[in-house]
Design a protein around this ligand. Sequence first.
Ligand code: 13P
Ligand code: SF4
Length: 313
Amino acid sequence: MRDALSGIDLVHEIGRLKREKNAVLLAHYYQEEDIQDVADFIGDSLELAKAAKKSEADIIVFSGVHFMAEGAKILNPSRKVLLPDLRAGCSLSDSCPPEAFARYRALHPDHFVVSYINCSAAIKAQSDVIVTSSNAVKIVNKIPKDREIIFAPDRNLGAYVAKQTGREMLLWQGTCMVHETFSERKIAALKVEYPEAELIAHPECEASLLEKAEFIGSTSALLTYVENSPKNSFIVATEEGILHQMRKRAPGKLLIPAPPNQNCACNECPFMKLNTLEKIYLCLRDESPELVMSEELRLKALAPLERMLEWSN
Ligand code: 13P
Ligand code: SF4
């Protein structure tokens, strides 16, 4: 594909197509740097969902993963939603198959179902409310005290929220392949080498790592923390794409990506990284691949998403 596109100024062409077609490019912080640099809006899952809902563009190009593009379609159905690579899934979302989750819910019919936004529309449709990593504690605190809770699909975020809110919850045993990869042994060695460095982590990390973290938050919260902290060095335990904005907003600070267990690039999300500038150009040009969803499923998934937006205000 690169050969066929050689000679094309992708950044220029993406800009031209966006203007011509009244399209907007939304990108998550885990995208490649060149994508972040051409995006109209970069954010965490909650900010991106809000941006998608209020977008007046005719076309939303969602440079993120499938569940995020689905969220945009659910919230703003009259727009054409494009995802540069439909294979951009999510290991966490995949760890919660809809049929198995329906059977689990049937065992606990009176439980209030809280689902992390990193799940498919079919799981959202089975939920009472959706949360993101930036509003989960606030939203769980709003659930009536007499209701028992199921939290899906991320057991690490669920355990963190249970601890913060003091609410007992049944946890679906899903995990993210990126956030489970960090080596606590290597992080401990880094803390010896850089004693001033603060460990900051996304709540999808395992409990034993979170216990050692000086700050825990969503991608946006981690970014704001680095920017505003009087400290000058940080070990960052989340997908390493976030470092691009951290470097921009906090130039001169030392940012060390938390190392994975293996000698691999496992702290890069392989799904997020399927998106490229080439694919963004092609999907804008061809208006494909498009995210499509039945209206029946959309409406079922909309109610818990709208409840999230209402409760997180
Ligand atoms: P944020 O909502 O914190 O951006 O997280 C999204 C995500 O996929 C984390 O793995
Ligand atoms: Fe899913 Fe993990 Fe990738 Fe986030 S980092 S999109 S949770 S696989």
